[in-house]
Design a protein around this ligand. Sequence first.
Ligand code: BT5
Length: 329
Amino acid sequence: MLDEEILQLLRESPSSFLSGEEISRRLDVSRTAVWKRIEHLRTVGYEIEASTRKGYRLIRSPDLLTPSEVRPFLGTKWMGTTIHHFHLIDSTNSKAYELALNGAEEGEVVIAESQKKGRGRLGRQWLSPLFSNLYLSVILRPEIPPYQASLVTLMAAVATADAIRKFSGLEPLIKWPNDILLKTKKVAGLLNEIHSEMDRIHFMILGIGVNLNMDRKMFSKEIREGATSLKIEMGQSISRKAFLQCLLQELEKWYEIFLKEGALPVLKTWRELAQIKGRPVKVTSFGETLVGVAIDVDPDGALILKTEQGERKRVVAGDVEYQAKNVVL
Ligand code: BT5
C-alpha cells in the first residue's frame, strides 16, 4: 500500500524531484520507511533517481501489473476498478474464490506476476513464470440460472480470443471448451469456476492465463511443442499492461452483451472463432472416449458430435483433440 502511495506522489511530479521529507510528511511515515520502500521499488524494477539534496524522481516504471500502473490506462467502466495484485501467489483463481466468498464485488480482479500452483482444469497445472505472462481472475455475479454458466465460459473464450485478435492482428482459434490456439498451439487457457445453489449462482470466477512474453525455452519439454506465446508469434516483446487493457475491455463488453442480449451474439462469434463444424475430433469425457465429427455447440455450451457409429452425442465437459482433415457436413 505504501509503495503504491509513494509511486502515486512521484507520478504527480514527473519532471521534478520530491524530497524524502515531503513524502514522509504527506504519507505520515518516517523518512527511513520512505527510503526503505524506495529501495524495495528499485529491486522490483522501478528506476528512481535519488539526490541527497533534492529527493527522489521516478524515471521509468517496469511493466508491472500493479493497480497504480494499470488502472489509469484501463478504459473500462467497471471491470478492474478494484485490482488485487500479487507478486507471487498460489493461484489467482483460489484467491479470487476466497475474496468472493468474503463479499468481493462483481468486476474485482486478481492479478499475479507469477503463480506457484497455477491451476488448469481437472487438477492439471498451468505454467506461470514470473513477469512473463498474464495470470488473472475476474469475479462475476451474473443473475442467471446455474445451467447457463457454461455460456459465461464461452463468452470469456470469445472475449479472450477477440482481445488476442485485436491486439495482435493474428487469427486465434477457440478449441472447445476454452483453449485459445494460434496456429494449432495453445496461447491461452481458461479455468472458470462457479459457486452456486441449485437455482442461483453466487459467483463465478473467470480465470485466464495468456502467454505473452514466454520464449520457447521457457516452456517445459512436455508442453513445448503444443504451446506458444504472443511474443513468439508476433516476433516482438509484448506490453503486458497494454494487453491487459485490451482483454478487460473485451471482457466487459462481451459480458454486457451477454447480459443484455442473451446467448445468441456470443454463440455466433464463438462459432466464427472456433470453426468447429465438420472437425474430426476425439473427445475424452468422464473416462469415456468418443471419436467422431463435431457438429456444433448447443445453446447451453455443450459440444455436439456425431460418433463413428452415427450416434449424435452431447458432451458437457471434457478434452478435445483435433484429428486429420475437416469433413464437409
Ligand atoms: C487450462 O487448463 O488451460 C486453464 C488454464 C488457466 C490458467 C489461469 S492463470 C490465471 C488463473 N489462475 C489459475 O490458477 N488458473 C487460471 P487445461 O485445459 O487443463 O490445460 C492445462 C494443460 O495445458 C497442462 O496440462 C499443460 O499440458 C498445458 N499447459 C500448462 N501450462 C501452459 C502454458 N503456460 N501454456 C500453454 N500450455 C500450458
